[in-house]
Write a protein that binds this ligand. Structure first.
Ligand SMILES: [Zn+2]
Length: 435
C-alpha cells in the first residue's frame, strides 16, 4: 500500500514538469517561467503586434520563431509527463498482478447472520458516514436497513469548532473547553490552558482572537496577520503586549496551580516583544532568547497542535473512538492482514485443520503502533484488559493470563494447566507482571 502511494506521489510531483522546466530541453526565451506564463506572454506579444500594425518592432519572423520554440517546449513537457504516467500505471498493474486474488471463502457471512452483529456492522457504516459529513447517506442507510439510530455524538459540532480553530478563531474551542473545564482538568488535559496560551500569544503578536470576525488567514499564516491585527481594537489604547498581559491575568490565573512554570515563561516571552513598532517574526527569532523561541512556533502553539488535541478530548468526552472504526478496519485489512489470514486459512485447510474459534484470528497480525489499542494487557483467555484487581500473571511456562483467568483455569486448585502449551505448573509459582 505504502509503496503504491509513494509511486502515485512521485507521479504527481512530475505533473508540474508541464509547467516548469525540469531539464535542459527547449530553447524558449524565458527558461524559468512556467508554460502557461510563457503562453500568456506570447499571446500578449501577438496581440500587441496585431493592434500596432505590421510596422511594429517584433518582425513576423521573430514571432514565428517564438511560437515554434514554445511549441517544442510544450511538446517536450507533455511527453515527459505522459512517459512518467505510463511508467506508473505499468508499475501499478504489475503490483496488482503479483497480489494473489482473495478467494471468496475469506468472507465469513455466518458472522453477520445474527441481529446483534448485523446491527453492529450497520452502526459502524452509519457512524462512518456521519463522521464523514454524509448525513443524507447515513439517513438513507437507516431507512433502507430498517434500523433505529442509536444516540450519537454530534460530529457537526466538532467540525464547526475545528473549522473555526483552523481559521484562527479560538472562541468556539474555548467555549467548549470552558464548558467541560472540570472534566478536562480531572483527566489532566492540557487543552484549556493551551487554548488560552494560543489566544494570549495571538494578542501579543498581534493576531485578533477576541474579534468576532476571525482573520481569514489559516493558522500557519497567523504571523502575517501580525501587523494588521490589533488595528481592530486599537481604540482601547493598549499595545498588543499590554492586551496580552491583561488576557493572561484574566484567563491564565486559573492555571497557576497546574502550569505556573509555563505561565512564567510565557509572560517573560511577552516582555521580549517590542511593545509598539511592529517587528517581523524573523526579527523576533533573533531578539527573543533561545529558551523562549518555542512560543514563536505556530506548529507547537496554535491550530496544528490544538486541533488534534481538541479532537482527541472531544471524542473522549463523547465516548466515541477518535478514528472512525470502519476506516481503521479497512486500514488493517488492506495493510496485509486480509492476505495473511487468507494464507493461513488455506494452509489450515490443506492440513485438514479447522479454524475453531470464530471470534479469534488463527494468526497474530503485526500492527503499527498507532493501531495498537491495548496499551496495557489484554488477557488472551478472557480478552479483558488487565487492572489492579485483575493483573496479568506469568505462569512458570512463560505464558501470561489475567489473575481471574488463572483462578478459573486452575478451578481454585493448586495446579494450573496452561491453555497455550502442554505444561502444568503450581498456581503459587505464577508471578505478577508489570508492563
Ligand atoms: Zn504455557
Amino acid at each position: 500500500m505504502e509503496t503504491l502511494a509513494g509511486d502515485i506521489e512521485r507521479l504527481a510531483a512530475r505533473a508540474p514538469a508541464l509547467f516548469a522546466r525540469s531539464d535542459g530541453a527547449g530553447s524558449s526565451a524565458a527558461p524559468s517561467s512556467s508554460l502557461p506564463a510563457q503562453l500568456d506572454a506570447l499571446i500578449a506579444r501577438l496581440e500587441a503586434a496585431r493592434s500596432s500594425g505590421s510596422s511594429s518592432t517584433p518582425s513576423s519572423a521573430e514571432l514565428a520563431s517564438a511560437v515554434a520554440a514554445l511549441q517544442t517546449t510544450a511538446a517536450a513537457r507533455t511527453k515527459e509527463y505522459y512517459n512518467a504516467l505510463s511508467r506508473a500505471s505499468k508499475t501499478l498493474e504489475r503490483r496488482l498482478a503479483s497480489q494473489p486474488p482473495l478467494d471468496a471463502s475469506i468472507a465469513e457471512p455466518a458472522l453477520f447472520t445474527a441481529r446483534a452483529p448485523q446491527e453492529a456492522l450497520l452502526r459502524t457504516v452509519w457512524s462512518h458516514l456521519l463522521r464523514a459529513g454524509e448525513r443524507e447517506a447515513a439517513q438513507t442507510l437507516l431507512q433502507e436497513a430498517g434500523f433505529t439510530a442509536p444516540s450519537h455524538a454530534d460530529f457537526q459540532a466538532l467540525s464547526h469548532i475545528l473549522r473555526a480553530l483552523n481559521s484562527g478563531d479560538l472562541k468556539p474551542a474555548i467555549a467548549w473547553a470552558t464548558e467541560h473545564a472540570e472534566w478536562l482538568s480531572a483527566r489532566g488535559s492540557l487543552l484549556e490552558f493551551a487554548l488560552h496560551r494560543s489566544a494570549c500569544l495571538r494578542l501579543a503578536l498581534g493576531a485578533a482572537v477576541t474579534s468576532t470576525a476571525p482573520p481569514a488567514a489559516p493558522a500557519e499564516e497567523w504571523s502575517d496577520a501580525r501587523s494588521t491585527l490589533g488595528s481592530d481594537d486599537a481604540h482601547d489604547g493598549f499595545s498588543p503586549t499590554q492586551r496580552a498581559m491583561l488576557y493572561a491575568s484574566e484567563h491564565l490565573a486559573a492555571f497557576h496551580g497546574t502550569h505556573l512554570h509555563e505561565i512564567q515563561r510565557l509572560l517573560t516571552f511577552i516582555l521580549y516583544i517590542p511593545p509598539d513598532s511592529p517587528v517581523s517574526l524573523e526579527m523576533l527569532h533573533i531578539q527573543v532568547p533561545a529558551p523562549y523561541r518555542s512560543f514563536l512556533d505556530a506548529q507547537a502553539m496554535h491550530a496544528p497542535f490544538l486541533a488534534p488535541l481538541l479532537e482527541a478530548e472531544w471524542c473522549a468526552k463523547e465516548g466515541v473512538p477518535r478514528e472512525a472504526p470502519l476506516r481503521l478496519a479497512v486500514e488493517i485489512g488492506a495493510g496485509g492482514a486480509l492476505n495473511r489470514i487468507a494464507k493461513v486459512r488455506a494452509v489450515m485447510k490443506q492440513s485438514g485443520n479447522e479454524w475453531s474459534q470464530a471470534d479469534e484470528l488463527p494468526v497474530e497480525i503485526p500492527l503499527p503502533p498507532h493501531l495498537r489499542f491495548h496499551s496495557t494487557f489484554a488477557c488472551p483467555v478472557s480478552k479483558e484488559q488487565g487492572t489492579e484487581e485483575n493483573p496479568p500473571m506469568l505462569m512458570a511456562c512463560g505464558h501470561v493470563v489475567a489473575q481471574e483467568s488463572l483462578t478459573r483455569i486452575s478451578k481454585g486448585g493448586s495446579r494450573v494447566k496452561c491453555p497455550y502449551c502442554p505444561s502444568e505448573s503450581a498456581v503459587s509459582m505464577a508471578t505478577r507482571v508489570y508492563f
